[in-house]
Design a binder for this molecule. Structure first.
Ligand code: HGY
Ligand code: MN
Ligand code: MN
Ligand code: MN
Length: 399
């Protein structure tokens, strides 16, 4: 088996982010396209037959594509300045697990496919798990086609420029029928395993999570000629709203709420902004609590905006309810990995989207600090190889 670490080292220079380190590999960027090429080449080396489906998902087949296959995979795109493991670890481990199965002389009783899903992070077009949502019919294809990146390029145009026909986007029952079971191996994001825990955990559920755009409108004006008493400054309102998000979520056990992105319009140093857009990411195990949390935040934002002479609007951009993985499949994973802890995750995954349509499960590999969506994300080489071996054990038990 080629070690997972050496597989990841072979892409270690692809899409490095100069600003904060880590990797920036947005979908259809040169970096992500290079990684797709790397995957296709690695799959070919293992004798897997590669095809890209109408939603841009790559499938690498061991055996004839047919209903009820065993499928494992993850994503290669990243958040801006993301870690080396979020996504690629699952893909590299699947390739290494194929090596192990072949070395063991395993003769699959059903086809096995390794998949790569596009735009899992939603970093370029704003909706996470876009590829798996299209496959599963979890997003209106028209909405997907018209998603735009920060330069105004639509997902349809970007996809078309990369050989896809956006007119064919959408739920693909034939492809879904091919997935008898789906397993995603992923770097752990959080400290469930911690520094001293075992290398591998089995996933149980994914917290419901969504993204909302909060737009604060004020009065654009001159920074030098507008007296402080005469201002309706949306940046001042936005700053208080961001603080309120933290204060409201901190009071709700198990809630997570983040404003990771803020965009003043026009964003000039000597300009009082006309508008400020901020994006809220809110999550909780109970969907009703998330809804309540967002409503409380919206109400507080309206009060803050009014006090600052501004107005505010909140628009939901995407929401995925809490997902519990298939219990029977989860038991099979636990049986194949005796003693592995069972963990819920606060991170969204393609496996979570697919869980609505096919039996899905996850494995997590220890990340000692738990830090993710950051250059400090890390997996020890021996844990990465333990992950691939565990995935191979699971696949062998299911093949
Ligand atoms: O945002 C998430 O939870 C995932 O990493 N896309
Ligand atoms: Mn991921
Ligand atoms: Mn991620
Ligand atoms: Mn994922």
């Amino acid at each position: 088996m080629e070690s997972v670490t050496s597989l990841l080292e072979s892409i270690a220079d692809v899409g490095r982010d100069g600003q904060r380190g880590g990797y920036s590999r947005p979908v259809f960027s040169t970096a992500e396209l290079d990684l797709r090429g790397w995957f296709i080449e690695q799959a070919g080396r293992r004798g897997l037959d590669v095809e890209t489906d109408r939603n841009g998902i790559i499938w690498a087949w061991w055996g004839e594509p047919q209903r009820g296959a065993l499928v494992t995979g993850s994503h290669l795109d990243s958040v801006p300045g993301g870690g080396a493991f979020d996504g690629p670890l699952g893909v590299a481990s699947a390739l290494a697990a194929v090596d192990v199965l072949k070395e063991r002389g395993v003769q699959p009783n059903r086809p096995l496919a390794v998949t790569v899903f596009p735009e899992e992070e939603g970093s370029r077009f704003g909706v996470a798990c876009l590829g798996s949502r299209l496959l599963a019919g979890a997003i209106d294809p028209d909405k997907a086609r018209n998603l735009r990146d920060e330069h105004g390029t639509s997902f349809a145009d970007a996809a078309r420029a990369n050989g896809l026909d956006p007119a064919h986007f959408g739920r693909d029952d034939e492809a879904l029928a091919r997935i008898g079971d789906f397993i995603e191996l992923h770097v752990e994001q959080g400290r469930g395993l911690g520094e001293d825990g075992p290398a591998i955990a089995v996933g149980s559920s994914i917290l419901g999570h969504g993204r909302w755009r909060i737009s604060v409108a004020g009065q654009g004006n001159h920074a030098g000629t507008t007296l402080m008493a005469d201002r309706a400054d949306p940046m001042v309102a936005a700053a208080q709203i961001i603080l309120a998000v933290q204060q409201i979520a901190a009071k709700q056990p198990d809630a997570r709420a983040t404003v990771g992105r803020i965009q003043p319009v026009p964003g000039g140093t000597n300009v009082i902004a006309s508008r400020v857009d901020l994006w809220l990411d809110a999550r909780h195990p109970d969907d009703a609590v998330t809804a309540q949390l967002v409503e409380t935040i919206h109400g507080k934002a309206q009060k803050i905006a009014a006090f600052e002479g501004c107005s505010v609007s909140l628009t939901e951009e995407s929401y995925s309810g809490t997902v519990h993985f298939d219990p029977a499949l989860q038991r099979q994973l636990e049986n194949a990995l005796p003693g592995a802890p069972v963990l819920a995750t606060g991170a969204g995954h393609d496996a979570g989207v697919l869980a609505a349509r096919v039996p899905s499960g996850m494995l997590f590999v220890k990340n000692p600090s738990g830090i993710s969506h950051s250059p400090e994300e890390y997996v020890e080489p021996w844990d990465a190889d333990a992950g691939a071996a565990a995935l191979a054990d699971v696949l062998e038990a299911l093949l």
